[in-house]
Design a protein around this ligand. Sequence first.
Ligand SMILES: Cc1cc2nc3c(=O)[nH]c(=O)nc-3n(C[C@H](O)[C@H](O)[C@H](O)COP(=O)(O)OP(=O)(O)OC[C@H]3O[C@@H](n4cnc5c(N)ncnc54)[C@H](O)[C@@H]3O)c2cc1C
Length: 509
Amino acid sequence: MLMSAEAYRDSLRALSPRVFVNGQQVKSVADEPLLAPGINALGVTYDFALRPEYEKRMVATQQGSGRVTNRMLHVNGSTDDLLTKLEAVRLLCRESGCAQRYLAHDALNALHQGTKRADDEHGGERHARFLAYLDDVQARDLSLGIAMTDAKGDRSKRPGQQVNRDVHVHIKERRADGIIIRGTKAIVTGAPYMHEFLVMPCRTMTPEDADFAVCCAVPVDAEGVTIVSRPAGRPGEAAARFSNTYGQSTGVVMFEDVFVPWERVFFAGETVEAGFMTTSYATHHRHSCIAARAGFGDLLIGAGALMIEANGLDTDRHAHVRDAMVDLIKIVEGFYACGVAASVYGTRDPSGAVMPETVFSNIGKLLLATQIYDMHRLAHYVSGGLIVALPGPDEDHNPETAASLSAVLAGRPDIPAEKRLDVARFMEDLTASNQGGWYSVISLHGGGSPEAMKREIWRNYPVEERSALVERLLDRGILDEGKRTSKQPGRCCETGCEPPALPARNAAE
Ligand SMILES: Cc1cc2nc3c(=O)[nH]c(=O)nc-3n(C[C@H](O)[C@H](O)[C@H](O)COP(=O)(O)OP(=O)(O)OC[C@H]3O[C@@H](n4cnc5c(N)ncnc54)[C@H](O)[C@@H]3O)c2cc1C
């Protein structure tokens, strides 16, 4: 059943996770002011699914079970689903800054694919277990935290080589009724106000590191789980025009000998298929990140236009500010177009789930990861210095200064100073406050650092096909002799590796 935001908040009261924020233990997550902006942001994903005008985007029917579900928990059955998810994530993030719940969508899709592949290879009931879990999550309309990024320790060493084994989550013990896991996930979005965590491996593992290839579902209040979290957004700050209402908290999640029964374990040492699942998650997630940051772009474009207006400028007469706005639009719609292309060229996995095309998904995420800094620059360019220089909101009510400040800080005569300051504070909040920095860093590293995208692009792009094209045009015939080899990973031999077919439009339909 689809929940409302209010029902979601209430459902958190039934849980008792061990959460610390700013050094204090939280008594009730649902009632903690420091977490309220995060709970509000997730609330948008619930309430929007109940609004008739958003139903097509926000609600889906799960193929196979026929379960009606929030789009953020749906396993894609067509390329149309991919495009609709993209639109849904953009819709949610332009409202809430970052709706956070799309990570669950990305993980559920990857698990659908990975568990099927593992069963096909080894036999077993992972996929059936996962389908039962999926149905339960959809039926209860849960919020899932994705616990993938391990603390990692020394980055130059593999998990099994670390001095402290607990810098990665791993299986400590296998029992007849389940497994005991231990270790630390360092960055988990929305950790305190989720219902459950999906623990997933953060990299491909070698056979020696099989105990680190673990994937399972853990309730947030399972015994042995501790969440050490940041506040969400800028709660209680009057100047935080947007992020005192909407924000994201991230938590370090420590698993100290947590028992997980077998029916909630999806991988326990299957290194190859767990690696495939992690890579699939990355593609789904990068596709979602494109839409999330396009939603953020919508906020900057809107605020930029209002600042120009309030400053008394006219984009028809003042071409340089119009050019800056066009550059901003070009960036946002440019990476969003990669998401659309990745949807259109999506392909069906043997599990039946449809996944976005890899190269376009990675290019879109790579573009936004670096161009987020240009987005902020352009927003600052059209706004002027006021966004970081304006007096604080307490001055708005100071009888000594309010009237005279209001008289001199207005721009266009028909726009009151209060409106100009309001949009300036909004712009500061999104681009020049600690939350502005947060939007930069999540764009750069969330979903994987740029090098990870570059590797995926190089690994999947059909360079050989392009070389063959030119060889044919040059009429050299080298390919015909079967001598060409590639330095791309997985394509280094003459016979063993099949270049993937070029994406076909609507291949998954
Ligand atoms: C706001 C935010 C929210 C997030 N939410 C989630 C979440 O909900 N769930 C989740 O699981 N993760 C989440 N992440 C984590 C995100 O996926 C990671 O930040 C990302 O994968 C990079 O990992 P890292 O932060 O540990 O950086 P590092 O791995 O330390 O990387 C830092 C730099 O070092 C380079 N580097 C790292 N290792 C090597 C190596 N062995 N050789 C050469 N270069 C190397 C990287 O390329 C990068 O440039 C979130 C991140 C942010 C910022």
